[in-house]
Design a protein around this ligand. Structure first.
Ligand code: GLN
Length: 267
């Protein structure tokens, strides 16, 4: 039997406008973890000039953060056929990871620190508001337990323990969820707004989070979960990935748990 070589197309949302605080790391992490398993990867930038058709061709989507100004340009550009194609992808279960500014544009609207409210895509039932330039930004390391289902259950099976995410956040905007499920429950840090204890959102196979681009390298099980979903969607078969040596990533997680006085967490 000849085994077909698998291939994934990663759509990268507006890489020149939206990639703050190491968000590129999420793309590189998915790319590398595929290549180490002999899964071919192509990275498709989804930019202002991109043909909407290309949005339909991707198997996995990554979106990073941005400053308010760049974010506004993107939110104004992501309209019409591009917005429809993107929406259809998320609604039909294409997996994705969206950080900070990206979830803000996936929601109903974003109220920036200065200027007018910007309409979002309304895919996620959430709104985001910046309380103004004098308000304290939510900056620092963040730790949270993944609570969204079936994601949490899948990760528990993969890890044999409760999935705990270590990340880094830096945002002025505060996000408030409607009916959409949160991604996780904050253990340390601000999360969506520093008030209600929730972090991110989870919808179909899309992960929205305030945790920036080291997210996947620091939590490689999330990268693998996304790769599995993307391959299963594309090839319509059950996928199991060969195991990689993540010792160094888990050492980095442990160092962060120790630093944040969370050494009791089962890494
Ligand atoms: N402009 C948004 C905010 O400050 C997003 C920032 C970011 O992506 N880091 O909330």
């Amino acid at each position: 039997m000849i085994l077909e070589k698998k291939e994934l197309k990663i759509g990268w949302l507006y890489p020149t406008l939206m990639s703050t605080y190491g968000d590129r790391g999420n793309v590189i992490c998915i790319q590398k973890r595929c290549q180490w398993r002999n899964i071919a990867v192509s990275i498709i930038p989804l930019e202002q000039k991109t043909d909407p058709q290309l949005f339909q061709e991707v198997d996995l989507i990554v979106g990073g953060g941005a400053q308010d100004r760049q974010q506004e340009i993107v939110m104004r550009d992501l309209k019409g056929a591009k917005a429809e194609a993107f929406k259809a992808k998320i609604e039909t279960g294409t997996p994705g990871v969206f950080t900070c500014g990206s979830p803000q544009l996936l929601g109903h609207y974003y109220e920036p620190a200065l200027g007018q409210k910007i309409e979002g895509l309304g895919i996620l039932d959430l709104v985001s508001k910046h309380p103004g330039i004098k308000a304290r930004r939510c900056i620092g390391n963040v730790v949270f337990e993944v609570t969204a289902e079936p994601l949490a259950q899948d990760l528990k099976l993969m890890l044999g323990k409760t999935p705990i995410v270590v990340g880094f956040e830096n945002h002025g905007g505060r996000t408030y969820l409607g009916q959409v499920e949160p991604f996780g429950k904050v253990i340390k840090g601000y999360g969506n707004n520093g008030e209600d204890g929730w972090e991110g959102a989870f919808y179909h196979n899309a992960i929205a989070t305030y945790s920036h681009g080291p997210l996947l390298p620091k939590n490689p099980f999330l990268a693998d979960w996304l790769i599995i979903q993307a391959l299963q969607q594309k090839y319509q078969q059950t996928i199991s990935l060969t195991k990689l040596d993540d010792t160094v990533a888990f050492q980095a997680r442990q160092a962060m748990f120790n630093k944040l006085e969370l050494a009791h967490i089962d890494n």
